[in-house]
Design a protein around this ligand. Structure first.
Ligand code: SAH
Length: 395
């Protein structure tokens, strides 16, 4: 087998089962492997320690398939890994009130770069690494047998593909093309989503548990749902008995989709508003108007894509938390999130604390939130924890 030889001492993260091999860890690569080809990883003493897939274009030059050097990387290997991921989630997948669920979460399921989400009768895949790209047809063929469905669709259209030297790809991989709107059931809430045009694979499945927490906090409350997208938190708030929900997003088409989701759940137009606006501006406008809310949800897009953008992102998170704090009633709840991997929880908590203080308020954190359990964090792979949230009660 072709091989990748590590510099002295650079095997230590692999011994802790972290699956990434950065270019700087490599002494030499022998045998001219192709992109995606399986290679043997050899430490500086000459001992084989893992099998990996080679990625010549990426700074992450290889990602490990297996730490068992005897294990063949073949169809049976992918079958075992996919079966294990499905088995881990059996309880979630059997729940009729969870018809949207992530089935495979990349490195956390020991399938680097592969995402598989289930929306009712359809599976949606993302291939973000040349390793899984090389095995795409095998993976798709296994998935249709392991997880009976009407169709498998690809949404490998995110920018991360370019770091792997891969073009964006989108379309049917197997079976039927999904209808323009697919409906899922989440705790009795119905959400329509577009597999072809929605964000990510169509919906923010990672907020599953947090929408449920918001539902429970909203009884009798007026709610401002910022960065509302297709109304995920807004529908949950009304289901939980909110008196009124204002939903704000810069995308008018996302809000039109939200309108469909409110209707799907039997809510009428007196119970909610849809406002196409920039949240940063609208919060200031509401402040000048003296508007008050009892719950405010802030679920912005990833402000920091990379570590380099982290200062700018920290300022943006602080700004929205500060402006929102000024609109909350005494005893009001600030539900704030960050999905930027570059901003960790201690920093996010500090940003939020500073923002609340600068708004002239005090408060306590009553819930620490994170991504849903179908997006698990591999113990050797802490990078997979990206979604952080806080529920703070302001005095
Ligand atoms: N809370 C949603 C997901 C939010 S995704 C859910 O649970 O489904 C982030 C959303 O923020 C996107 O819909 C995007 O259109 C919107 N957005 C991005 N920047 C914005 C801005 N400055 N003002 C308003 N909306 C913005």
């Amino acid at each position: 087998m072709k091989s990748l030889h590590l510099n002295k001492g650079r095997e230590s993260s692999l011994l802790r089962r972290h699956p990434w091999i950065f270019s700087g860890a490599i002494q030499r690569v022998a045998g001219k492997p192709q992109a995606g080809e399986t290679i043997s990883v050899i430490d500086a003493s000459g001992k084989a320690i893992a099998s990996a897939a080679y990625s010549p274009s990426s700074q992450i030059r290889a990602r490990v398939w297996s730490f068992d050097t005897e294990e063949a990387i073949d169809e049976a290997f992918f079958k075992r890994r996919l079966e294990a991921a499905i088995k881990r989630r059996k309880r979630l997948l059997d729940d009729p009130q969870r018809s949207g669920c992530r089935i495979v979460y990349a490195e956390s399921d020991e399938l680097p770069g592969l995402i598989v989400d289930r929306y009712g009768d359809y599976l949606v895949c993302q291939f973000f690494f040349v390793g899984v790209e090389a095995w795409k047809s095998v993976i798709v063929s296994l998935l249709k047998d392991l997880f009976p469905c009407k169709g498998i669709y690809e949404r490998s259209d995110a920018a991360v593909r370019s770091r792997e030297g891969l073009e964006p790809m989108q379309g049917v991989l197997w079976g039927e093309e999904p209808p323009e709107i697919v409906q899922i059931n989440e705790h009795g809430r119905l959400y329509g989503l577009s597999i072809a045009h929605g964000h990510k694979t169509g919906f923010y499945l990672d907020q599953f548990d947090n929408r449920e927490i918001v539902r429970k906090l909203c009884e009798g409350k007026s709610v401002l749902n910022c960065f509302a997208y297709t109304g995920g938190f807004g529908v949950a708030a009304l289901q939980g008995g909110a008196t009124h929900v204002v939903n704000v997003d810069s995308s008018g088409s996302a809000l039109e989709f939200a309108r469909g989701n409110f209707a799907r759940n039997g809510f009428n137009e007196e119970q909610y508003e849809l406002i196409t606006a920039n949240v940063f501006d609208l919060l200031r406008e509401y402040k000048s108007q003296g508007r008050v809310f009892e719950v405010i949800v802030l679920d912005p897009p990833k402000f920091a894509e990379t570590k380099a953008q982290f200062k700018k992102a920290a300022r943006a998170y602080k700004d929205i938390a500060l402006q929102a704090s000024a609109l909350l009633s005494p005893g009001g709840l600030l539900v704030s999130f960050s999905c930027s991997g570059a901003i960790d929880l201690p920093l996010f908590q500090k940003i939020t604390a500073d923002a609340v203080l600068d708004a002239g308020r005090t408060g306590q954190i009553i819930h620490y939130l994170h991504q849903a359990q179908d997006h698990p964090v591999g113990l050797p792979f802490p990078e997979s924890l990206y979604l952080k949230g806080l529920v703070s009660i302001l005095d």
